[in-house]
Design a binder for this molecule. Structure first.
Ligand code: F0G
Length: 374
């Protein structure tokens, strides 16, 4: 039977609050199939581990990141309220998504981004969709304080993930995973910045299993970047630093929700270095065939580190007491590589990568064949 994907609100209407469903604004987000990666399974087998590994590649969303899942909820609810202008703070992806959905809803948008630390592709998106783009002389956390203050004092809707409507639709990513696998995976790994996504996933897994659609829930593993790891360090980071600019956040707004998700699920938080992130980024692009932005490589970096240190084996052994079959891992790659493509051109030491320049060649079959050593 013909079926046009109608976006996550309509597809999962039974799980979405009424006030979000009144006036649905969608760009057809979600409906993203898992990618099973034999290359990454092979990497794990080098550590003596047998597992099925699936990538939830959220870069396939309409604006190229997972933010669209939450934004459809936030903008739909604002539309129903009659809001005409929305605002957000962003490391880039939220601003791209907010700008696109606001435009589709006939609203104006303004986005606050930290000075000088936003990937070009994301800035271009916000501008293309007509957002008023303000670069604040401060970091993401400063931008969020301003955005909250504006929404409290002026007639403008806040569409950051502190807006609960965001999580209500962002949680659908878990539903899709369970629908495909028939149950929750054993382990689910995500990158953590402002800490909403890991919270939304956990909310989704709980709701879906409470509704009888899954027998189990996964353990949630959250990975932060080393220079921006407030939850791992147990304290705010005043000047967060990492090449993974999407998760360059020192004071996550959903800190408590994320901690609850990890505790309730029996999971963990850990930090990965920029170098580990770039190694995982390279594995994803050159072995798995999936091009992501650096933040999106953090969960694979974390999983490989845990595999190397024997921690993944320990987790599998423990989970084997309640789960059967081959362990299943899902990790979320949150944003598309085209947002921040420069990283394809650098090696793990941040030096220009060998072979990243095109080879100039004469306009002839023979010349090209020669260079390709055919
Ligand atoms: N990955 C990417 C690509 C992101 O853009 C973000 C967050 C995260 C991971 C972390 O998700 O904040 O829910 O823990 N980006 C936000 C933004 C902060 O403004 O685009 P989180």
């Amino acid at each position: 039977m013909a079926h046009i994907w109608r976006g996550v609100i309509n597809e999962y209407a039974g799980y979405i609050p009424e006030h979000i469903k009144k006036t649905v604004v969608t760009l057809g987000e979600g409906g993203i199939p898992l990618i099973r990666s034999s290359a990454i399974e092979h990497r794990l087998s080098n550590f003596g581990l047998q597992a099925e590994v699936y990538i939830k590649f959220e870069g396939r969303n309409p604006t190229g990141s997972f933010k669209d899942r939450g934004m459809t909820g936030a903008i739909s609810a604002e539309k129903a309220k009659g809001t005409s202008a929305v605002i957000c703070a962003s490391t880039g992806n939220t601003s791209a998504s907010a700008a696109a959905y606001a435009t589709a809803a006939g609203m104006t948008s303004a986005v606050l981004v930290p000075d000088g630390k936003i990937a070009t592709g994301k800035l271009a998106q916000a501008i293309a969709h007509g957002a008023k783009l303000l670069q604040v002389d401060g970091n993401f956390d400063d931008c969020l304080v301003i955005a909250r203050g504006l929404a409290e004092n002026y007639n403008v809707g806040l569409v950051n993930s502190v807006n609960p409507n965001r999580l209500q639709t962002q949680k659908t990513a878990s539903f899709e995973i369970v629908d495909e696998l028939g149950d929750a995976p054993w382990v689910h790994a995500v990158p953590v910045g402002n800490a909403a996504n890991i919270s939304a996933y956990w909310m989704g897994y709980k709701e879906y299993s409470d509704a009888g659609n899954a027998v189990n829930k996964p353990v949630m593993w959250g990975f932060q970047a080393k220079g921006s790891a407030p939850i791992v360090d147990g304290r705010r980071v005043e000047n967060p630093e990492t090449i993974a600019t999407a998760i360059r956040i020192g004071n996550p707004a959903s800190w408590n929700l994320a901690t609850a998700a990890v505790e309730e699920s029996g999971g963990l938080f850990d930090a990965v270095t920029d170098e580990e992130i770039l190694v995982a980024h390279r594995i994803l692009s050159s072995e798995a065939g999936v091009f992501v932005e650096p933040a999106s490589a953090a969960p694979l970096a974390g999983l490989l580190k845990k595999a190397e240190h024997g921690k993944l084996k320990m987790a599998f052994d423990e989970l084997a007491q309640i789960r059967t079959g081959i362990p299943k891992i899902v990790f979320t790659s949150t944003g598309h590589g085209l947002k921040d493509p420069d990283w394809a051109l650098y090696d793990v030491n941040l030096k220009p990568k060998e072979g990243s320049q095109p080879i100039k060649v004469k306009n002839s079959i023979e010349a090209v064949a020669n260079i390709l050593e055919l």
